[in-house]
Design a protein around this ligand. Structure first.
Ligand SMILES: O=C(O)/C=C/C(=O)CC(=O)C(=O)O
Length: 166
């Protein structure tokens, strides 16, 4: 995975995502954030779709779903914390919902090719830590969402459906 300086890369080992890390997102998905702590799920390495700064990526609308969602998240690249990036935890929400109903793992809804688009990693040595700050996503222009191993830290709230391109 590329860093924000040319010719430097971060070798990705595992991709962990934190589920229901933000109370507002737990609520918007219909669960009660006071009843359970956050938890982890994983995406495979080929979920990564690197998007260079200033580029518009061609992201395929995946098979099987009729309700494909974006979730924008702060990503921490670990070696302690080596750096930060902004990533999307793309979600086949209808398939995830079916698995939730059956109390089964969410893999089919969360863990598929290109389901983890991500920008460059910014070294923490240059940025410093982020004790607070906004995470924003512009969907076709307007702002919609705030908010070794990569930790997708969970979406704050305001997830939304992806509209199939032409
Ligand atoms: O509770 C749900 O129905 C859905 C939760 C998620 O999709 C969890 C996340 O991916 C997150 O918290 O970012």
């Amino acid at each position: 995975l590329a860093l924000n300086r040319p010719a430097e890369v971060f070798p990705v080992h595992r991709i962990y995502c934190i589920g229901r890390n933000y109370a507002a997102h737990a609520r918007e998905m219909g669960s009660d954030p006071t009843r359970e702590p956050p938890f982890f799920f994983q995406k495979p390495n080929d979920a990564i779709q690197y998007v260079a700064p200033g580029q518009i990526a061609d992201h395929p609308y995946p098979a099987l779903t009729r309700n494909y969602h974006y979730e924008v998240e702060l990503v921490a690249a670990l070696q302690h914390v080596f750096g930060y990036a902004v990533g999307l935890d793309m979600t086949r929400r209808d398939l995830q919902g079916d698995m939730k109903d059956q109390k089964k793992p969410w893999e089919i809804g969360k863990s598929f090719d290109l389901s983890a688009p991500i920008g460059p990693i910014h070294r923490v040595a240059r940025t410093g830590p982020f004790p607070r700050g906004a995470i924003t996503l512009a969907v076709n222009a307007p702002l919609r969402a705030q908010g070794g191993d990569l930790i997708y830290s969970g979406t704050p709230e305001n997830v939304g459906a992806v509209v199939r391109g032409t």
